[in-house]
Each structure stands twice: as C-alpha cells, then as structure tokens.
Design a protein around this ligand. Sequence first.
Ligand SMILES: [Zn+2]
Length: 409
Amino acid sequence: MEIYTNWLQTNLLAIVAVLLTLILSYHYLMERDTGVKLSKKYRNSIFEAQSKIFLNATQYLISGNRDLAIREFLNAVDLNRETIDTYFALGGLFRSNGEIDKAISIHRSLIARDNISEATRLKSLKELAFDFDKGGFIDKAIETYRDVLKINRDQQDVLYAICRIYEDIEDWDQAYNYRMMLSKISSNNQSETIAHILVQKAKALFEKGDMVRCWEELEEAFKFAPSVSANILWLRLSLANGDMEKAQELLMELINANPMYISFVFVALSEPFSADEKVKNDYNTRLTLLKSFFVKLKDKELTPSPAITLAKVRLLKEENKINEAYQTLNGLVSKGKQLSEVLMVEYIRLLVQLNKTEEALKRTGDFLLNLNKSLTRHFCSQCGYNSDEIFWRCPQCHEWETIQFRWKV
Ligand SMILES: [Zn+2]
C-alpha cells in the first residue's frame, strides 16, 4: 500500500499529463468531426499550441521542475474552455496528493472566472472549502462551507464536513445546529449523534456548575436517544442534588446493563467541576456514600465479572481497607477461581502489603511462568501478529520481513 502511494506521488503529474493529453485530443477530434464554428486553420493552430505545451510540460517533468510543468498544464487548460472538468480533476488530484496550495489556486482561479455557470461556481467553492479543510485551515474552511450553504442548503457532504469540524473543536452549540440541519436532509438517522452532542453540552454546563441548564440539556438528550454517558451524567446530577436513591438506582442499572461500565463510572463521577465549596463537599460526601454502597453489594446482587471485582478491590484500597480488599480476592482464589492478569497483580501487591511473603513469592512465581507462556517468540511489527514460528511473509497482513524478535520475560 505504501509503495503504491509513493509511486502515485512521484508519478502523479505524469498521469495527469497523459489524462490531459487524452482529454484534449478527444476534444480536438470531436471538434474536428462536428465543429462548424472554428475554421480548420484556427483549430489546427490550437492543437499545435497544445502539443507544444505538453512537450514543454513533459520536459519540465523529466527535468524534475514540477512547478513549471504545472504552469504549462494550466495554460493548456486555459486554451480550451470546454475542459472545466479537467480543472476539477487536477484540483482534486493535487488535494489528495497533499499539494493543498496548488489545489487552492486552481479552485480560486475557477471561481474568479466570469464565463462559468452558477453550478460550476458552487462546485468550485465547495472544492475550495474541502482544500482548506484538508489543509487544516479550519476557520477558512468553515467560512467557505458556510458560503456554499448560503447558495444552496441541500448539501449533505458539506454539512457532514462542517459537523465533523465543530465536533473536533468541541463547539457543541454549532455542532448541534448543523447536525439538526443535516438531520432534515439526510436519510440517515442522526438521533444518536444529536443525543451525544447534547450530553457534551450538558457536561460542559455541569463542569461550570450550572446544574439547572445542565438538567435541561440532558432531558433534551434523552428525547433523542439514551446513552451510557447520559446515564452517568444523570447520576452526577442526582449526587449534586442529593437524590441518593436515584443515584443508587442508576448505578445498578448501569452495571446490570454491562459490568464493564463500572471501570469508568467511578472515574467519570470523580471528574472535577467548579462550584461553591459547600456544593463540592456535599457532592464528594455523597460520592463516598455511593462507593461504600457499591462495595457492600453482595455477590448475588451482581453479575459476576472481573471488572466488578477489580473496581471493588481498588475502591477498598483507596479507603485503606487492605485486609478487606485481600479477603475479596482470596475468597475467589480459595474457591479455585483463575484470576485475570490484572487481578493477580492486585492480589500479589496486597500479599506484599500484608507481609504474606511466602504466599506472595509463590503467586509471583506462578504468575511469571504463565506470563512467559502467554508471550510468543516473534511478532509482526506491522500488524502485531504473534507466532513462535519464523514467518518471512506475515500470514495476517501479508507484508514481507516484518518479523521481530521478542525478548522473553
Ligand atoms: Zn502483519
């Protein structure tokens, strides 16, 4: 793939040259067959001029002077006003080749022409906006996309592009406005994305301590679609408002839906926000209460999952309840349960902390033995394919000689 891209880059102008020659020759032939407007002498002189330009351009190409070659090509296109599509093709090729300034100058020169149709002008403007976008000129891209939409609102690709930019720069108000516009003309359902954007808006309000408006935006988000992040924010609002019952209910709903969520629920709940010291203190007190509610939950009340066990052990350690954390894991070990690698690391750490040296040594030995087994001798540097065998062509990504040696533990 990489070789192909490099080849394309070095030979792009040569390809363009061939394409242009074909297009212009075609036009010449068509005109020769059907043309009645131009005299034969005039047409022949155009063809001669074009041939000369291509000869020059090809020479510039061979001598490696790409800028002069491009200028010759542009001159050639100028000679034939029928070939606006060639301009677009050339501009598009420059853009995809990363030569943004050249793409921009082509599309600008098109817009500046007075003898083009409105449709062509709109298309040129759109292409120019894509150039700015690809080149990372965000402000100019937004401005130009907006100009396009002023002329014609029914532009899905433009709306998608402007939505993507506003989501990238986290301008959630504008992201929402344009996503709503898109939802009116797109056949794809935008509800989930709109809900995510509204949750982001609500989150920003929560961080500023504006709980009332946060709640309004969140309610709006739920009208479009439910999501994990919306439920976590609802939980945060319940803690801020002192509704412990709702907080516990939401926590249970989240971990029953997927036990893995627990691994980021408490992290998200602990994220900082600005508010009065009193509000923050109350919030943190209630968060601590919610944590101990979770830790005290009986195994029967929960879906068994390593994520739940890990969350419990980490919360207990946070509160310095080392012995209880140890009991949680030891309970599993004595029942003959196989601990996951992360849990085993936590278990060994606890054993060390509790001075259970002999047990710690034994567990560490077993752990390292298993770790050793789980690592292969070789891997592919391209795609990460693992094998103990030697492979000169990776069976997974088909690249040659990407094999790397792994130092075993
Ligand atoms: Zn590979």
